[in-house]
Unconditional design. Sequence first.
Length: 150
Amino acid sequence: MRHRLLLLCGFAILAGCSSGPKIVQVSGRVTWDDGKPVANAWVLFKPMGSRDNPNPGQTSTGRTDADGKYTLYIEKDRPGAVAGKHRVEITSVQRLDLPTPETSETGSPDEAPPPDKEQIPDVYNEKSTLEFVVPDGGTDQANFQLKRKP
């Protein structure tokens, strides 16, 4: 009986220690409106705060491969994104202030580097209005179709 009580207390403590944002797997594909993939672009998911939770977690990033597929990383070696609502930015210019994956299922650091000049319209990056809600179970359907001339 005593052991069961200790075990239950241990589980209660562990459950209390698991606070913080829920991190889940997120991947998808970025294409142009003609169906062609957007290759070598950076996808940023920035968690959106609320009155109750003004700092919901850190930004996740991923890089599209030649087919436009990407996987998000919250840190270089930690795939995932915070569950919840995000502002999404898609850019062809690498942001040095954000984590980037060493390697991923869909991209490789050996691919061609992104250009220095932005190739994607600013309505998808610095002036982005794109949003995506990451479900609690994660998703492989975080897809975006961009217009070359919005």
